[in-house]
Write a protein of this length. Structure first.
Length: 121
């Protein structure tokens, strides 16, 4: 269960990641956002929800993303895609935490996630 300031920090980090656009964001900004998301991911993976099956699946996905972090010489697109994947898993972990604590009502974005921007092909 997340405290309100921690939950708000995660929400801001996730929103910040989804606000970044590949063509207008510097590599330095992408790397900085990934660093923030990785720190939040590590905190989330230490959550007391670890005993639930749904959390276990998200833990596995989060650990995979942490282990597969792009190297500093990776293409910006790889870092961008990785950043968005981290943000998606963090959003789901946050939603799971909010559901477990009964605080869904305080953050409607948790129960109604924002869909990806742009048109699908």
């Amino acid at each position: 269960m997340m405290s309100t300031p921690a939950a708000t920090a995660v929400d801001r980090a996730v929103d910040g990641a989804f606000d970044l656009q590949l063509g207008t964001t510097t590599r330095t900004a992408l790397d900085a956002q990934v660093d923030v998301l990785v720190a939040h991911m590590k905190d989330q993976l230490g959550s007391p929800l670890a005993s639930t099956e749904r959390f276990a699946r998200l833990r596995e996905e989060g650990e995979f993303l942490l282990a597969g972090r792009p190297k500093r010489d990776a293409l910006s697109y790889s870092v961008y895609a990785h950043m968005r994947a981290l943000a998606r898993v963090l959003r789901r972990l946050r939603a799971l935490s909010a559901t477990a604590s009964g605080s869904d009502a305080e953050n409607p974005a948790v129960t109604h996630p924002v869909t990806a921007r742009g048109g699908g092909g």
